[in-house]
Design a binder for this molecule. Structure first.
Ligand SMILES: CC(C)(COP(=O)(O)OP(=O)(O)OC[C@H]1O[C@@H](n2cnc3c(N)ncnc32)[C@H](O)[C@@H]1OP(=O)(O)O)[C@@H](O)C(=O)NCCC(=O)NCCS
Length: 179
């Protein structure tokens, strides 16, 4: 696999994002239930921007930055105005274990840093691949809280919260799109 490009998600990428999400849902039940409007699900309220990892016209991965809820801010122990949350984050099944997710996360940290913000995220306790990824990349675990939905294996969701490590900035000021 050649190195993917990480770029802002434009309208043209949406069908590829939905296609990639379908592979993730089938393999991992992420999301647990296939949404009636997948493009809408990929565009949650409070979204500040969305990025894709692409190789040619194929979408390999996807990530949204959004305003964080109070639970995450409380767990992080930082004011929500200083945080941004990572959401709708996945890599298509065929593109895994090639560093695509790592590149997307690094880009998110970089873009957030351009606006003086720190990324945070929540991950369900059963998402072991994602947890391994975050912990290996130096994200700091700050606590677990129960959520109001059931996992595919019938448990009440247990959301683990993480705060991003800081990275040296490589993003140009023009990339700071979170206005
Ligand atoms: C989690 C996910 C995004 C990882 O994507 P990826 O592009 O394969 O991840 P990377 O290649 O960047 O992995 C980097 C490191 O994370 C860890 N990791 C990633 N997938 C792993 C797995 N299945 N098992 C164990 N460790 C894993 C490894 O340490 C890996 O390094 P290595 O390949 O050198 O061992 C992908 O598996 C996915 O989309 N999962 C389903 C959706 C999901 O859980 N999203 C997160 C919601 S919070």
């Amino acid at each position: 696999m050649t190195e993917p490009t990480i770029c802002p998600r434009t309208h043209d990428y949406m069908p590829g994002c939905v296609q990639a999400l379908a592979t993730v849902h089938a393999a991992d039940r992420y999301p647990v239930n296939w949404p009636a409007d997948p493009a809408g699900w990929l565009t949650p309220s409070g979204m500040l921007g969305a990025w894709v990892a692409v190789e040619g016209s194929a979408v390999l991965g996807h990530l949204v930055l959004a305003r964080p809820g109070e639970t995450l801010a409380d767990a992080a122990g930082l004011p929500s105005e200083r945080l941004v949350s990572v959401a709708r984050f996945f890599v298509s099944v065929a593109a895994r274990r090639h560093g695509v997710a790592t590149r997307l996360l690094d880009k998110a940290i970089d873009i957030a840093a351009a606006d003086g913000l720190r990324p945070v995220l929540q991950v369900e306790a059963g998402a072991t691949a994602a947890i391994r990824l975050y912990e290996r990349a130096g994200w700091r675990y700050v606590g677990t809280s129960a959520d109001d939905w059931m996992t595919a294996d019938g448990r009440v969701a247990q959301m683990r919260s993480y705060v991003a490590p800081s990275l040296p900035r490589t993003t140009e000021p023009d990339d700071a799109v979170m206005r």
